[in-house]
Design a protein around this ligand. Structure first.
Ligand code: ZN
Length: 77
C-alpha cells in the first residue's frame, strides 16, 4: 500500500519537473535577442542590450509573465 503511494508521488514529482522544464524553455525562447533597439519601447540601446533601461526590462517581464499566466490558464480550460 505504502509502495503504491510512493510510486504515485514519484510520478507527480516527475511531471512537475517536466512542466517546470517546459516553462523554463519557453521563457528562454521568448526572451528577445538584442537588436540595437529596446524590445519594449524601441529606443536605441547599448550594444548587446535588449532593453534601454531597467524600467523597460521590468515592464517587459511583467507583460511576459501575465501572458504566460494567461496562456497556462487558457491551455487548461
Ligand atoms: Zn525602453
Amino acid at each position: 500500500m505504502s509502495k503504491a503511494i510512493d510510486l504515485s508521488s514519484d510520478r507527480e514529482q516527475l511531471e512537475r519537473d517536466q512542466a517546470l522544464a517546459r516553462l523554463r524553455a519557453n521563457a528562454k525562447r521568448e526572451t528577445p535577442a538584442p537588436s540595437g533597439e529596446c524590445s519594449w519601447c524601441g529606443d536605441p540601446t547599448e550594444p548587446g542590450q535588449v532593453f534601454c533601461c531597467s524600467e523597460c526590462a521590468k515592464d517587459w517581464q511583467e507583460h511576459n509573465r501575465r501572458r504566460q499566466l494567461a496562456a497556462r490558464i487558457g491551455g487548461r480550460a
